[in-house]
Design a protein around this ligand. Structure first.
Ligand SMILES: NC(=O)c1ccc[n+]([C@@H]2O[C@H](COP(=O)([O-])OP(=O)(O)OC[C@H]3O[C@@H](n4cnc5c(N)ncnc54)[C@H](OP(=O)(O)O)[C@@H]3O)[C@@H](O)[C@H]2O)c1
Length: 220
């Protein structure tokens, strides 16, 4: 039986990943800040992980009973989506950067040694973190944090090139969740089905790549 850990599994795309892999017969582990408050499928084992709390990541890595075939990092913070080019509030800066960048690096570092040799790590970043594709100044802090997260993926792929998991950055599309909002055209199951095809095909979507849910490569 294959094992997946989904971090940021309480709602939105993370919860949909949990439901998807549970229905597909995987052993599903869920990392969330408040395990008791989320309605997970019965067979799912939860771990308390706040990605801004490095000790909680280390404790979860230590407590894992199974080698991971897949780690999906869904925890993310948006900040002010209407923010133009203006200095972020320091509290917002700390929260968004710690969640999207510090948490990502710590999760990859702590959990890569707990992964199967042919395992994969998928980080949900965003097209809004693409420097090559930036077409608007809005959501400045979020864009900066996702650009940094993308760099973390690239560096991790280099660091683990000889031995270690494959690591990819995924853009889920614009999806109807709390973060995506009610006008988003995509529903979570459609986004997850597309990302699953990318996650499953290591040959077509190699480590260190940035892909959208349709499998199209995105500019960094
Ligand atoms: N939806 C879109 O259109 C879209 C587009 C591009 C990229 N993305 C990316 O996809 C990922 C998932 O987004 P979503 O739409 O599912 O967002 P969402 O519905 O707002 O869910 C965010 C998730 O992140 C968790 N989280 C936030 N801070 C955390 C922390 N410190 N520790 C642990 N978990 C934390 C939340 O947990 P709590 O319940 O505890 O708050 C929640 O489970 C994010 O990285 C986002 O940037 C989404």
């Amino acid at each position: 039986m294959k094992t997946v850990l989904v971090v940021g599994a309480s709602r939105g795309l993370g919860l949909e990943f949990v439901r998807h892999y549970a229905a597909a017969g995987w052993r599903v582990l869920a990392g969330l800040r408040h395990p008791a408050s989320t309605d997970l499928p019965a067979a799912v084992t939860s771990y308390p992980i706040d990605v801004c709390n490095l000790a909680s990541i280390a404790a979860a890595a230590e407590a894992l009973q199974h080698e991971l075939d897949l780690l999906v990092i869904c925890a993310g913070a948006l900040g002010d989506k209407n923010q133009a080019f203006e200095t972020p509030e320091p509290e917002d800066f700390d929260r968004v950067m710690r969640t999207n960048v510090l948490g990502t690096i710590a999760l990859i570092e702590q959990l890569a040694p707990r992964m199967a040799a042919d395992g994969s790590i998928a980080l949900l970043t965003s097209r809004m973190g693409s420097i090559g594709d930036a077409e608007s100044p809005f959501a400045l802090l979020y864009r900066c944090s996702k650009a940094a997260a993308n760099m973390a993926v690239k560096c991790a792929a280099k660091a683990f090139a000889d031995a270690g998991p494959r690591i990819v950055a995924l853009h889920p599309g614009w999806v109807r969740t709390a973060m995506g909002g009610s006008e988003a055209p995509l529903l979570p199951p459609e986004s997850i089905a597309g990302m699953r095809r990318v996650i499953d095909d290591a040959g077509a979507f190699p480590s260190g790549g940035f892909y959208n849910y349709l499998g199209e490569p995105l500019p960094w």
